[in-house]
Structure formats: structure tokens, C-alpha cells
Write a protein that binds this ligand. Structure first.
Ligand SMILES: [Zn+2]
Ligand SMILES: [Zn+2]
Length: 353
């Protein structure tokens, strides 16, 4: 029997209920485990979807949070990769089967048996997982990332989901010099997509509903910025892009966006609209277009992304929020009223009582 360690956090007690203080237990360290004192945790739009059970199957009480940055406080007897005091991160996955083709290829996010999500999932013992809106977490060292010294922990936290979710498709579809890349949406994911695509050397265009964030977009490295509410945008940019990354979960005119692809171009979905995507066959056939999807990234690629961001001096633009204000922060995220990611300062958890 493992002993358990009492941990404080914030949880959604039931579907659509406001988050509130919650005390729960973490496992004590197994030989390959790393104990992490959490310093910051980003608020991802998917935290809200899951706390409101908009994707189905949510487990309550739910401690959300999969953009975790902290410091190693303890290591198990067999841990070799990390030592007490190391700056580390945890993203969307804390385990996977480690045996399937995907896991063996370092693509744990596509584990054929389904990986163990950082929260709102069940671990291999059938115990619910609890995420980063908490003071402490215990994770197998193989699912822990190293945060380079050049990256501040608060600005690095959103890289663990928003960063890797855009980095992975940009790399997979070879964004780089000579490639024209468009990013749909300038939110938490989109602003990271712009920074990373620019750092990879691509010519970057933002396709946003309005021009309200144009100055920021240019500052993040966008070469061009267009309002999609303006119908002239679609006529002007027809046949332009080698790669389009869609970061928004709103419904789109998919055929109109596919018409912006160059020959052999790909439109990659990383935001998840609730309705099925209606696509005309000829929007794909003409120009040999690809409509594809991509989900986060594997552990090795997530480390590669963190190292890349450190090397290029890029991280998330963030607003700090106290954990007691997380419900208000959720409302602001839903209104896209955040530039560009809320990050919970976990120190506010202990100050509150
Ligand atoms: Zn996320
Ligand atoms: Zn697997």
C-alpha cells in the first residue's frame, strides 16, 4: 500500500459548478516518480470545456490544469533524469502504455491504448488524475519536461499545451524558410503559433476576425495580418498558403479557408469545433489539398519545443491570476478577453487561508 500525501488545490465539484478550494491526496513517490512543487499553471480553454463536461465523460471533482511549471521537491530511488531543485514542467500527459507503435515512436499523445491525461482521466490503477490547479504533483520522470533556465517559469507554463500544440504541426508540415504559413485565431494557441512559425523562418500571416490584435501579431513576428470578417481577404489570399493552422474552436466556412491553400497545401485543425466539419470534395481535389488534425506532441518533441523556445527567446504572453479568481478568469477566456494566456500563481493558494 502506498501512503498518500494531502494536497491543496481548486476543483470543480460537479458539472458547471464554480471551482472552489479542494483538499485531496497525491500518491507518495514510487521509484521512478518525481515530486513537483507547482509554481504556475496556465488556464487552457480545454480546462473550461472539461469542467463543464462539454466533451462528455468528465470525472468530478475535477482539478484542472495541464500547463504546469514548478520545481522538483523530491525524487524516487530510481530517478536518473531529475534532481531536487530542477525547474520542470508537466503537460497534458502523465503516462501512456509505453508499448504500442505510437509510444515506441515517441508519439505518446497518440498512444493506441489511450494515454493517461494529467487530469480528468484514470491512471493505470483506476485512480482519477488531478491537474495543476494545486500545490504539488507526482509524475513518472519519463513524462516530466525540463524547463531551460532561459525561460521564466510563468511564461513557460503555457508552452506545455499551447506551445506544443502549435509547434508539433508546424514541424510536421515543415514550416520554415520559403514556406507561407497562416495561423487562424490570435488567442492562447494562435499567438504561440505566430511566434513559433516566425522563429522557424516561415512567412507568417494571421487570419483573425478583426484587426484589433494586429499590433501584437506583428510584434510576435507576423509578416501579414488580415481580418477574416472582410470578404476581400479571401479573394486576395486565394491559393496562397502551404500550411494553415486553425486554432479556433468556432464554426468556420471550411471551404473558404481551404481555397486559401497553395498546391499541396494542408489545413490543420488543432482547435475543436463541436459540430462535424462540412467540406466539399472539390475543396480538397483542386490543388491536392489536405485537411488534417494534430494533437499536442510527444514527450521528446515537447522537450525539443521547450529548448527551441529558450534558444529563440520566445514564451507565452501572459496575465497572472490569483487562484481565488479562477472562475472570473474562465469568463474572460470565454470572451477572448485575455492577452494571451492566464497563468495561475500557485503561491496564492496558500496565501488565501
Ligand atoms: Zn490545453
Ligand atoms: Zn501506447
Amino acid at each position: 500500500m502506498e501512503t498518500l500525501v494531502q494536497t491543496k488545490g481548486y476543483a470543480a465539484p460537479s458539472v458547471r459548478a464554480p471551482l472552489e478550494p479542494f483538499s485531496f491526496q497525491r500518491r507518495s513517490l514510487r521509484p521512478n516518480d518525481v515530486g513537483i512543487d507547482i509554481k504556475f499553471c496556465g488556464i487552457c480553454h480545454s480546462d473550461i470545456h472539461q469542467a463543464r463536461d462539454e466533451w462528455g465523460g468528465s470525472i468530478f471533482p475535477m482539478v484542472p490544469g495541464h500547463e504546469i511549471a514548478g520545481v522538483v521537491s523530491e525524487v524516487g530511488a530510481n530517478v536518473t533524469k531529475y534532481a531536487v531543485g530542477d525547474r520542470v514542467g508537466v503537460g497534458c500527459l502523465v503516462d501512456s502504455c509505453r508499448e504500442c507503435d505510437a509510444c515506441l515512436a515517441g508519439l505518446e499523445q497518440y498512444c493506441k491504448k489511450g494515454g493517461t491525461p494529467t487530469y480528468n482521466g484514470l491512471d493505470k490503477n483506476g485512480e482519477p488524475t488531478y491537474g495543476g490547479y494545486s500545490e504539488h504533483i507526482v509524475v513518472d520522470e519519463n513524462y516530466v519536461l525540463r524547463i531551460p533556465d532561459a525561460l521564466p517559469l510563468d511564461k513557460a507554463a503555457p508552452l506545455l499545451c499551447a506551445g506544443i500544440t502549435t509547434y508539433s504541426p508546424l514541424r510536421h508540415w515543415n514550416a520554415g524558410p520559403g514556406k507561407k504559413v497562416a495561423i487562424i485565431g490570435m488567442g492562447g494557441l494562435g499567438h504561440m503559433g505566430v511566434k513559433i512559425a516566425h522563429a522557424l523562418g516561415a512567412e507568417v500571416t494571421v487570419l483573425s476576425q478583426s484587426l484589433s490584435k494586429q499590433d501584437d501579431g506583428k510584434r510576435f513576428g507576423a509578416d501579414h495580418y488580415y481580418a477574416t470578417a472582410d470578404p476581400k481577404t479571401f479573394a486576395k489570399l486565394a491559393g496562397t498558403f502551404d500550411l494553415i493552422i486553425n486554432t479556433v474552436s468556432a464554426e468556420l466556412d471550411w471551404n473558404a479557408y481551404l481555397s486559401l491553400l497553395n498546391l499541396d497545401g494542408a489545413l490543420v485543425v488543432v482547435g475543436a469545433p463541436s459540430n462535424p466539419i462540412p467540406v466539399a470534395a472539390f475543396a480538397l481535389i483542386g490543388g491536392r489539398h489536405t485537411l488534417a488534425g494534430s494533437g499536442i506532441g510527444g514527450i521528446a518533441e515537447t522537450q525539443e519545443m521547450l529548448d527551441f523556445c529558450a534558444e529563440h527567446g520566445i514564451a507565452s504572453d501572459i496575465e497572472h491570476v490569483a487562484i481565488a479568481d479562477v472562475n472570473e478568469a474562465y469568463e474572460r477566456v470565454l470572451k477572448s478577453d485575455v492577452r494571451y494566456r492566464f497563468v495561475i500563481d500557485i503561491a496564492t493558494l496558500s496565501k488565501k487561508d
